[in-house]
Ligand binder design. Structure first.
Ligand code: ZN
Length: 415
């Protein structure tokens, strides 16, 4: 995962353009991707797909041609979606186009201007103070033209057509935690899934406009999306944070809470708010999907956020692995969670006669397995899911799910 972060890091992604395509091409080496190209001008919900932005080079140079600010060294140096410019100018003329973070003088900020035509450069406050006097050659070799918005999907077919969506944004240039770590974890999770219960759809799309485009193009079939997770900031050393869906008690909310609470991991669970990543779109009131957001340190919650400090050194293999394993446990519970009805509810059914004791004989966890059967039989009234039963009984979800499977195979419970 960390290798993938390092490989994707130099690419100049934005909400459109070749940096996104190159990113998806790399992801496509690991996963079969359906890449979608949506033309500029396409109406998507209340938005319109913008012109496509591509950039080849950009710099501010002195009279001798020395590059003082150089896009080729770090793509954060150019404001995303900058219109082309090539002029000589004085410091006073250039200054309004320069962006720094005075409180973090060694870091280069990340800035964009997607929806109003502008250009600019980002640099550290220290470098700004050290700039020699002008005049400067200012050059941005970019193109804003009709083209496409690019996003991709990878589908792992399940035993049912009901879907779980796992989404991550692909629109940030050289920022590691804030988009690349999520992409890397999603790729790894997708590769692990083999013949799951639900159909898993991984969506790699630019933030906001990409999610809105995806929703617009899936409007008529959105009912098949039963659960989802927006994955972001997946690789910093902070503890996990789960932001609940707008519904607040969607099955995904209960499953993630269960996994986090029973795993012993440090974590925080927060209520939905219409601020953050693409849960804003999936949980807009018209859709109101059961989609939560899993991050480590959340949106804007760390000093390196949206700066050159969010580089591959800021994300760790261990943190990404922890995020991956957490999601893997979530998938394990979500995929096996069912609600059953006891078919023999008058008194306890005789388990021995059906071989349900014998089949467990000799196992060290026999007692737990028998207890789990009694709990499943008693609470399977159509009102309690296996997750509810695990919560009430205090037994591990896997023991409850195994018991339910045995009872189901014996005809004692029905889904
Ligand atoms: Zn961001």
């Amino acid at each position: 995962m960390h290798d993938l972060v390092e490989r994707l890091y130099p690419l100049c992604r934005s909400i459109t353009g070749d940096g996104v395509r190159q990113t998806l091409a790399v992801v496509g080496e690991s996963l079969d991707l359906d890449v979608h190209e949506v033309p500029t001008g396409t109406q998507v919900l209340d938005w319109t797909v913008p012109q496509e932005w591509n950039i080849r080079d950009a710099y501010v140079a002195d009279a001798a041609g020395n590059r003082l600010i150089d896009f080729r060294k770090l793509n954060l140096h150019v404001v995303g979606y900058s219109v082309p410019v090539h002029e000589w100018m004085s410091f006073d003329d250039l200054r309004p186009h320069l962006h720094t973070i005075p409180e973090q003088p060694s870091l280069v900020p990340y800035r964009t201007s997607y929806y109003s035509p502008a250009w600019g450069f980002c640099l550290s406050e220290n470098d700004l103070l050290a700039l020699p006097s002008g005049p400067y050659e200012v050059m941005i070799d970019s193109t804003l033209a009709d083209g496409h918005l690019t996003y991709a999907e990878h589908v792992v077919p399940g035993q049912v057509s009901d879907e779980v969506i796992i989404t991550c944004h692909t629109c940030h240039p050289s920022l590691a935690n804030d988009n690349l770590a999520g992409i890397a974890v999603a790729v790894e999770l997708a590769q692990r899934l083999k013949n799951p219960w639900y159909t898993y759809r991984f969506v790699f799309a630019p933030g906001t406009i990409g999610a809105i485009t995806w929703l617009a193009r899936n409007f008529d079939t959105i009912e098949r999306v039963k659960h989802g997770v927006v994955l972001a900031c997946a690789g910093d050393e902070g503890a996990l944070t789960y932001k609940k869906s707008r519904r607040g008690d969607a099955e995904i909310d209960r499953v993630v809470r269960y996994v986090l609470e029973t795993s012993g991991r440090d974590h925080t669970i927060v209520d939905f708010s219409p601020y953050g990543y693409d849960e804003r779109q999936y949980c807009s009131p018209g859709f109101n999907l059961g989609v939560g957001s899993l991050t480590r340190t959340p949106y804007a919650g760390y000093p390196e956020y949206h700066t050159s400090g969010d580089n591959p050194d800021f994300v760790s293999p261990g943190a990404m692995t922890d995020t991956l394993e957490t999601l893997w446990e979530v998938v394990g519970v979500l995929d096996r969670n069912r609600t059953y009805v006891n078919q023999s509810p008058y008194g306890e059914p005789q388990l021995g006669r059906r071989g349900l004791y014998d089949s467990l004989g000799g196992r060290s966890d026999t007692k737990q397995a028998q207890l789990a059967m009694l709990w499943v039989l008693n609470l399977s009234d159509g009102e309690h899911s296996l997750l509810d039963i695990a919560g009430k009984s205090g037994l591990p979800f896997s023991a409850v799910a195994d018991a339910a499977r045995a009872l189901h195979d014996a005809g004692l419970v029905k889904e």
